[in-house]
Ligand binder design. Structure first.
Ligand code: PLP
Length: 418
């Protein structure tokens, strides 16, 4: 469900023509629909209204401060994976007591920053990390609230690069060893155990893997409580998938129902860390066709956005729908849509039947709101593109286009080269 649609053959975001935004900010750019973002958050949040819960939007899916603030204003917490994301979350006005901190490689200054900010909890991913947090908290004279991120060894049946909850992945602590680790954590002076956590992967399009994971966490919680370990939070992570192409992921309401059916007897506050399902279909990447050409019978549409702007097709071979900004009732042509980057892996779509786009016209890469801008880089010395938010018939630049000077910012020439 989203608010990108054609009005009189013109692609619009809500009721704002994409073309009018392009004329104001140039191409390429990311365009988000406020109505879609807000609706997605509300649908997800209200689906869990019958159980105590906190939604912690996963900042890495889209870290723009204005986007974070939309959710924060709706009561969202934030799931962070770095000190940088903690900074962004706090700047956007997040309640620290609704921030959870995941990630396998937390550095000392990041841990200290989180302790100083008094975040809700660390999702601890290894024994050594637990020791480190205990040590830093001790030196600061505070107590760190933690849960262990356990690896429940369930197959999320998604792309291997985005599956995180199988025992061969780098994430979390083997669930079979976690009881021992929890006993140890209980003995640490500057650690307060408050929860259990898992995050099994991303773009998951079935309910079963979540339920498998939940069942394993429930068993663990029962064992922990038997030993007197007070578990108050059950964090089930994120990972719910969206429709990019033909996928039929469960509706958040069905996902929520399946979870709540098994949750009523667990006396815990639930935490969910959705990212993609909230922002994925709420954003598009708009690009101009620079040239078209045919090599070895293959039609190439060369556009001004590349893998540095949207990495997902190159990184995961992921599918994003390509749509012309202006429909002209054309017949489809099999095409590769490629960017200007000097890499053969620089493509946005391959072997795709799309309308015969021509030089100078605009096209949209759909469902680019998650892991789009947040994964972008300056590769090939390309300034990062602007982000624009549409609300109530107006549009707002929520991040401006980088300048050429931005590209060299922070660099310096040592004296011996002068
Ligand atoms: C990436 C991530 C999420 C969000 O995943 P989505 O698939 O975007 O919902 C949630 N929790 C953790 C720990 C993550 O690393």
């Amino acid at each position: 469900m989203h608010y990108f649609h054609y009005i009189d053959d013109q692609l619009c975001c809500e009721d704002v023509p994409v073309l009018s935004v392009a004329q104001a900010v140039g191409t390429p750019f990311y365009l988000y629909s406020h109505r879609t973002l807000k609706r997605h958050f509300e649908v997800f949040d209200s689906a869990f209204k019958d159980i105590p819960h906190i939604i912690c939007f996963s900042a890495k899916a889209n870290s723009n401060g204005a986007i974070l603030r939309i959710f924060i204003n709706e009561g969202s917490g934030i799931d962070i994976v770095s000190g940088g994301e903690l900074y962004r979350a706090l700047e956007a006005g997040a309640d620290p007591r609704k921030i959870v901190y995941s990630g396998v490689g937390k550095r000392e200054e990041e841990i200290r920053y989180a302790l100083k900010s008094d975040i809700l909890m660390f999702n601890v991913e290894s024994s050594q990390e637990l020791e480190a947090i205990n040590e830093y908290a001790g030196r600061m004279g505070v107590v760190a609230r933690i849960s262990l991120r356990v690896n429940p060894d369930v197959d999320p049946m998604t792309h291997p690069h985005i599956s995180t909850g199988m025992k061969e992945n780098k994430f979390g602590i083997d669930i079979n060893k976690s009881l021992e680790e929890y006993r140890h954590a209980e003995r640490l002076k500057h650690i307060e155990v408050i929860g259990v956590d898992c995050h099994i992967g991303s773009q998951i399009t079935q309910i079963a893997p979540f339920i498998d994971a939940l069942d394993r966490l429930k068993e663990l919680i029962a064992s922990l409580r038997n030993e007197g370990v007070g578990i108050r939070y059950l964090d089930l992570g994120g990972g719910l998938g969206i429709t990019y192409d033909q996928e039929t992921p469960p509706h958040p309401a069905d996902y929520a129902k399946a979870i709540m059916d098994r949750a009523r007897d667990i006396d815990c506050t639930f935490i969910f860390e959705p990212g993609r399902v909230i922002v994925g279909n709420a954003g598009i990447l708009v690009s101009e066709v620079l040239y078209t050409k045919t090599n070895a019978d293959k039609r190439f549409v060369i556009v001004d956005a590349g893998m540095n702007d949207l990495l997902r097709p190159s990184l995961y071979d992921s599918y994003h729908k390509i749509q012309p900004v202006e429909l002209k009732g054309r017949k489809s042509i099999l095409s590769d849509v490629v960017g200007p980057i000097c890499e053969s892996g620089d493509y946005l779509a391959r072997g795709r039947a799309i309308p015969g786009l021509e030089r100078g016209e605009l096209m949209a890469v759909m469902s680019a709101g998650a892991y789009g801008f947040s994964m972008s880089s300056n590769y090939n010395s390309r300034p990062r593109v602007p982000e624009v938010l549409v609300k109530d018939g107006m549009f707002y630049v929520i991040r401006s286009r980088e300048t050429l000077a931005d590209l060299a910012r922070g660099e310096s020439i040592p004296d011996f080269l002068r």
